[in-house]
Design a binder for this molecule. Structure first.
Ligand code: SF4
Length: 64
């Protein structure tokens, strides 16, 4: 599974990092980045949680 963050939408509130630090990090520009290329199935629930909690719907699953 691949995941993306639309940084034109991201407001850097860090919710995704709190929910799933294995996949997301906030960088110096204050925006969220995906730190894994191929995300294991075991993290799917946490990624979905991040998608749900993101206030601007910036996170998407690109590929299963
Ligand atoms: S939850 Fe959404 S808005 Fe907040 S840092 Fe993550 S991607 Fe950006």
């Amino acid at each position: 599974m691949r995941v993306s963050v639309d940084r034109d939408l991201c407001i850097g509130d860090g919710s995704c990092v709190e929910v799933c630090p294995e996949v997301f990090e906030l960088r110096d520009d204050g925006l969220a980045y995906v730190i894994l290329d191929n995300i294991p199935e075991s993290l799917r629930d946490k990624v979905n949680e991040a998608i749900e909690i993101c206030p601007v719907e910036a996170i998407r699953i690109e590929e299963d």
